[in-house]
Design a binder for this molecule. Sequence first.
Ligand SMILES: [Zn+2]
Ligand SMILES: [Zn+2]
Length: 113
Amino acid sequence: MAALSEQRCRNHAQREAVARCPECRRFFCRECVVEHEDRMICTSCLRTLTARETPRRRHLRIVWRLAQCAVSFIILWVAFLMLGRALLNIPTATHESTLWSMPMEPDLGEEDE
Ligand SMILES: [Zn+2]
Ligand SMILES: [Zn+2]
């Protein structure tokens, strides 16, 4: 592989290449490359990349968001379910014991007359 400084821009033969496009493996000058997702790629590749990937990526992002929402909802739901069960178990036990130990009130109204 030749050194980058010895390469010339594909679009500008007189200009020195500063970057190599990872997509098409061609050399380009600073003016002919753009930064795209932390990579320096040429404008023609950027066009094809954005045309090809953007709708799918956007769709994936939406799906990912929905999945995250669903997962957090399920986690919350399970947590509340378990909390609810725990809360249901405790009062039932205490309720029954208090009811059981509570003395029955005799009918006092009849004896008064
Ligand atoms: Zn390219
Ligand atoms: Zn150029």
